[in-house]
Unconditional design. Structure first.
Length: 112
């Protein structure tokens, strides 16, 4: 089980909100009740560079540091993308970049 940013924050989610949510999942006992996932939904995406690498936007300055923070709380982090060229919110989707994006996301979530 877990928490998803879209249901309450929609396009307003940012790094600070995700960190605060992780803190609250632990502080309120929700983690102990089985809520172990912190899922970042749409609107974190920035632009792709010339190599096709997707970058975050200014609301998420360091996704690896954010994932490390969530992991430090004993939680897991998830991220949203779209199978199309654009997400529901109009940001860059993964179409044509599926493997590249999956490797990027895994590098953010890596605990090594």
């Amino acid at each position: 089980m877990g928490w998803n940013s879209w249901n309450y924050f929609g396009h307003k989610v940012d790094d600070k909100i995700v960190r605060q949510t992780a803190d609250q999942l632990v502080a309120t006992g929700m983690k102990d009740a089985g809520y172990i996932y912190v899922n970042i939904d749409d609107t974190w995406e920035g632009d792709r560079d010339a190599n096709g690498t997707l970058h975050t936007n200014s609301k998420f300055p360091d996704m690896k540091a954010l994932a490390d923070y969530v992991h430090s709380k004993g939680l897991k982090i998830g991220i949203y993308s779209s199978p199309g060229s654009k997400t529901c919110g109009g940001f860059a989707g993964s179409l044509g970049h599926e493997e590249q994006d999956a490797q990027l996301y895994a590098s953010w979530a890596s605990t090594t």
